[in-house]
Design a protein around this ligand. Structure first.
Ligand code: GBH
Length: 446
């Protein structure tokens, strides 16, 4: 049981998995090397007007070449867990067929380097970089792509299953649905609600098929989904706002949680979409059983609450960060963790992302003072501690992000890292928050 730590601090459970997270396209660069194929994010970011300043992931934080230095930085932080993603187009250039050994070797070296430094690898199979060749045959609107994903996952499990203890299937299916297919700010840049929810179903199906593929290998690895969850609060105390918040919660949270963990889609969302929707027509007998194949853990990513008005719109209650979509509300972390355990427990949880962007500058004395990130992390970790004390079976926590990186449509302007990246030189500078986090990890207490 966590108790008071030294000097009245908050002690975390022994062995708590202090971590940090990244994703392949956001840090690796080297987009044309070692047989990597094109992904939809190559296409999207190279299309004029799609990303801030026309930024692409071609170089990013050059992690593909600098991973050894980055591993040493992780060791210096004292990380116990590192969450990264595997680039599908490095493993299968066009999304099918025999795996590319040079791609697999990169992740083998990375995993070995983590083990050598006492850091546990946690690998996400899909963090949005779909092979472009699969987009060309319909992308996630095509049911076949879910099966292609299972084949890719199977190849990765067989090659790396002996050294990756924890797998996450799809990073934030909701973001693909909402940003890729509703708003169009992310690849593939569509604005088609009917397609969006069919995509949701196929992403969930892909998750279930990957879980089945892992079990079929007979390995010891654990696996689960990675959902970005948003507590949805009524903006006022009218019954209409409460009702609107309930439906909003269906689209933001229950669509994914209920299907994966209860084997059903939420009735209110299905009714709202209507029986003629492409999603409704795309659900086949047996799909929900596949989607709800038992998992070993559930990964939660928390950034912001949502306040829903009576007309189904949203409003803000708390100060926003540099990301206009993010309101800073640490209690939302407590609310979402306790809710998942109450409604879907007692499955083990991990937090695989939590963080904020700050206007960091490298000072003349070589330091980066991101005081805002330190307060943010301290307050959110206090909420995490409270949730653990109240019985949430949380095993680890990962800051988004280890390094400054390519923030999708926002390009390199937003800096989310514990470690500053000076892009012209690729020099890494641990920020004040990194020094603070190192002490938290060492003390196992806040
Ligand atoms: C996570 O998404 C991602 O997993 C990670 O890759 C990312 O770097 C990190 O958060 C920080 O953003 O432009 O108004 O349409 C968090 C969920 C979904 C939040 C997309 C921002 C875009 C809002 N994100 N959303 S908008």
């Amino acid at each position: 049981d966590p108790a008071e730590g030294p000097a009245g601090g908050l002690r975390f459970p022994t062995g708590f998995g202090w971590g940090a997270a990244t994703s392949a396209y956001q840090i690796e660069g080297a987009t044309k090397e070692d047989g990597r194929g094109e992904s939809i994010w190559d296409t999207f970011s190279r299309t004029p007007g799609r990303t801030r300043n026309g930024d692409t992931g071609d170089v990013a934080a050059d992690h593909y070449h600098r991973y050894a230095e980055d591993l040493d930085l992780m060791r210096d932080l004292g990380l116990r867990s590192y969450r990264f993603s595997i680039s599908w187009p490095r493993i299968q250039a066009d999304g099918t067929g025999a795996p590319n050994q040079r791609g697999l070797d990169f992740y083998r070296r990375l995993a070995d380097g983590l083990h050598e430094r006492g850091i546990s690898p946690m690998a996400t199979l899909f963090h949005w970089d779909l092979p472009q060749a699969l987009q060309d045959i319909g992308g996630w609107e095509s049911r076949d792509v879910a099966h292609r994903f299972a084949d890719y996952a199977d190849a990765v499990f067989r090659a790396l299953g002996d050294r990756i203890p924890v797998w996450l299937t799809i990073n934030e299916p909701k973001t693909v649905v909402q940003n890729g297919y509703l708003e169009g700010h992310h690849a593939p840049g569509r604005q088609d609600p009917d397609a969006a929810y069919l995509v949701a179903h196929h992403l969930q199906l892909a998750h279930g098929l990957a879980v089945r593929a892992l079990r079929a290998t007979g390995g010891t690895g654990r696996i689960g989904p990675a959902f970005n969850l948003h507590p949805c609060y009524p903006a006022d105390d009218t019954p209409a706002a409460a009702e609107a918040a309930r439906l909003y919660d269906g689209y933001e949270n229950r669509l994914y949680l209920d299907s994966a963990l209860k084997g059903s889609y939420p009735a209110d969302v299905l009714a709202d979409l209507g029986p003629g929707s492409r999603m409704a027509r795309g659900i086949r007998d047996g799909d929900l059983e596949l989607i709800s194949a038992p998992v070993d853990l559930v990964a939660v990513q928390y950034y912001t609450p949502i306040y829903v008005t009576a007309d189904g719109g949203t409003t803000r209650r708390w100060p926003t960060s540099e990301a206009q979509w993010q309101q800073i509300y640490p209690d939302g972390m407590y609310d979402i963790l306790t809710r998942v355990t109450r409604d879907y427990g007692p499955v083990p949880l991990t937090i695989t992302e939590n963080g904020l962007p700050t206007p960091d500058v490298l000072a003349d004395d070589g330091t980066v003072d991101d005081a805002g990130r330190v307060s943010f992390l301290r307050e959110h970790l206090a909420a995490v501690h409270r949730a653990i004390s109240d019985g949430v079976p949380l095993e680890s926590y990962h800051v988004w992000s280890l390094l400054d990186n390519f923030e999708w449509a926002e390009g390199y302007d937003q800096r989310w890292g514990l470690i500053y990246v000076d892009y012209p030189t690729q020099r890494r500078v641990p920020k004040r928050s990194a020094h603070w986090y190192r002490q938290v990890i060492a003390a196992n207490a806040l």
